[in-house]
Design a protein. Structure first.
Length: 635
């Protein structure tokens, strides 16, 4: 691939060119992909609508780049290696040839069941290879996939299916996660009561869980695949897509109550994920890359599926959790498969560090060459442990900062090429033009400064819209500061000019690397009949990064607090999913509000953090005495 620096000087030169001649820079990279027809124009854009188009007029299919082109020289090389939840079960390897055939078969299954270009397909599956196959099969026929994380509840799924107007669901009877069996089909059945747009459901048999299969609506994956095979449908002509046609929708939380469907398009997303993967990881052919993320989140989309496969890489995927059957599981996988590159989240690192170093005994980690971190700020202690105990001091660590909306990595060290500093995303990657602004949107120059992180020029992997509501996209990302994309993150540029993400500056929490909107959790809690009002804030949590702290006002003052707490947790699980359950619930008689009725979250945050001494000015509150009550009542 072009424009991949091999030392710091080269990075500086490439970065400079990417800013001075962005079109040329990206075109040079894009030229190495398979296009049926090249673009008419590299880029047209304005951030005011916003309207961003990369490689407009180009015709191609992303799966030809992820599969077909590797059949020439890598047909028998592994594309996906899958480790199941239970280490006693055999792992599975899909070569590029076998993955290609499975994708074509399933693409034909979808076609047989009436899916056509532009249809939305909801995928709610465990972390099994069939999930990758389903995603790529959609891309093959131009259907838009919307993958929903397996931890979401029926209500969350229904909201997402309705918003996308999905026509078909691909799911499984169940899924394994550590000691748990997740009843996926059962949850889907619950969701579908509210989803008239769904015509068909395809169900993978993963756990042999008894499920209800509705005639003419529900079909077994294996029977459908057998049928396609009997019909000889082992190839499937790729649908010719425009570079700017939609590839997928992925729902993510923001500061309002309703998750938004971030839309990525085919051409730019492919070029961006493939380039950043190759560049940041300094990927060499034959290296095994293990990304521990779930495909339900953007990291799995970009760096288990599209980025690695577009590079003909070997992508390792894992069904389980890092601490099952014991906290040595990840190291066993690295040892067994001789993993070269490990890409994981600070939460996982912290929890494995807390489990103790004995879990590393006897594990051969010498295959590791490069390490990555993603999803949340990494604290220095975890960084050092990762560096010393896992990388044995010889593996560069890339702390990659990016978002669902950015499609791929934006700021990160480049492995072995650019300098690193614990907890720092360091420098923008080539093609990424960042700046810090103050509250008024004025650029903050110089070093040793903090501000809100914005981006001033388009990059190919950026979101194009929020599904069905373009105005929301404009308002959320492009209206806070005119002509800039606002990330929602605070950022420090230190004395050396190194960047460090300091965390969200909006009402979004990052719990174990999962994005959770405070308003969403509040809405869920408020649905409980006993609740009048609630306020959610984050607080520092040793393992999760951030924990969820709920302040709740109830109708009655006489109730069983423990039972009510359980009820509230149940309600959040039912409405959103277990990921959003508060870690702490405090019952209060009121909330600190301004005279105009706005909740002063700053104060609640301080109390949740245990910092009662410096609550700032409370005199503008409607009822300042409520603060004392909350402080006293804190457990
Ligand atoms: C945070 C995940 C610090 C950040 C890829 C961002 C990070 C949000 C880092 C996006 C990092 C992600 N250092 N913070 N290396 N990476 N974040 O959409 O607050 O799930 O805005 O995408 O995670 O989360 P998302």
């Amino acid at each position: 691939m072009k424009n991949i620096p091999s030392d710091f000087q080269e990075y500086l030169a490439i970065y400079k060119q990417s800013v001075e001649q962005p079109e040329l820079f990206w075109e040079t990279i894009a030229n190495d992909f398979v296009w049926r027809k090249k673009w008419d124009k590299v880029l047209t854009w304005n951030f005011s609508e916003p309207s961003v188009k990369w490689f407009e007029g180009a015709k191609f299919n992303i799966t030809e780049n992820c599969l077909d082109r590797h059949l020439i020289d890598k047909a028998d090389q592994a594309a996906i290696i899958w480790e199941p939840n239970n280490p006693n079960d055999a792992h599975k390897t899909y070569t590029y040839q076998s993955l290609y055939t499975q994708v074509c078969l399933f693409a034909n299954v979808l076609k047989n069941r009436g899916v056509v270009k532009g249809d939305r397909v909801c995928i709610y599956m465990p972390m099994v290879p069939e999930l990758v196959i389903a995603v790529l099969a959609c891309a093959r026929i131009g259907a838009i996939h919307s993958v929903i994380f397996g931890g979401f509840s029926a209500q969350s799924i229904a909201d997402r299916i309705q918003d996308a107007g999905a026509k078909i669901v691909v799911t499984a009877d169940g899924g394994y996660r550590g000691t748990k069996d997740i009843p996926l089909k059962f949850v889907i059945d619950d969701a579908l009561v509210q989803c008239p747009s769904i015509e068909k459901v395809i169900v993978l048999n993963r756990t042999n869980t008894p499920v209800s299969m509705i005639k003419d609506r529900d079909f077994w994956w294996h029977e459908e695949m057998e049928m396609a095979e009997e019909m000889g449908l082992t190839t499937c002509d790729p649908e010719l897509m425009d570079a700017e046609d939609m590839l997928f929708i992925l729902y993510t939380s923001g500061s309002t109550g309703k998750p938004k469907g971030v839309v990525h398009t085919c051409g730019g997303y492919m070029v961006y994920t493939a380039y950043t993967f190759n560049n940041v990881m300094q990927y060499k052919p034959g290296e095994k890359f293990f990304c521990t993320a779930d495909i339900g989140w953007i990291t799995g989309h970009s760096y288990i599926i599209y980025g690695p496969l577009a590079n003909g890489a070997i992508s390792m995927m894992f069904e389980g959790v890092p601490n099952f059957p014991d906290p040595g599981r990840m190291w066993d996988i690295v040892d067994k498969h001789e993993i070269d590159i490990l890409y994981t989240a600070p939460t996982a690192i912290r929890s494995l560090m807390a489990a103790g170093n004995q879990w590393l005994d006897g594990k051969d980690l010498s295959s590791l060459k490069k390490l990555g971190s993603v999803g949340e700020p990494i604290n220095e202690e975890a960084w050092n442990w990762y560096n010393e105990k896992i990388g044995k001091g010889k593996c560069p660590i890339v702390d990659t900062w990016w978002q669902t909306e950015t499609g791929g990595m934006m700021m990160s060290p480049i492995a072995g090429v650019t300098p690193v500093k614990p907890g720092y995303a360091m420098f923008p990657l080539p093609g990424v033009q960042v700046l810090l602004v103050d509250e008024k949107g004025e650029e903050i120059h110089g070093n040793g400064v903090k501000g809100n992180l914005c981006i001033k020029f388009p990059w190919p992997g950026m979101l194009r819209t929020t599904y069905g509501d373009h105005e929301r996209c404009r308002q959320t990302y492009f209206s806070t500061y005119p002509n800039l994309y606002f990330t929602g993150d605070g950022c420090l540029r230190d004395e050396d000019g190194y960047y460090r993400i300091t965390g969200r500056v909006d009402d979004v929490l990052n719990v174990s690397g999962h994005r959770i909107g405070t308003a969403e959790v509040e809405n869920a809690i408020n649905m409980h009949t006993g609740v009048v009002e609630s306020a959610i804030v984050g607080y520092p949590h040793e393992i999760k990064g951030q924990g969820i702290y709920a302040y709740v006002i109830c109708h009655s003052t006489h109730f069983d607090e423990d039972l009510m707490r359980q009820d509230i947790l149940q309600t959040v699980s039912r409405i959103i999913g277990a990921v959003a359950k508060p870690d702490k619930v405090q019952f209060v008689s009121g909330l600190p509000k301004t005279r105009s009725g706005k909740i002063m979250r700053r104060i609640l945050r301080k109390i949740a953090e245990g910092d009662n001494t410096n609550l700032g000015d409370t005199s503008t509150l409607l009822d300042p005495s409520i603060v004392d009550e909350i402080v006293k009542g804190k457990y």
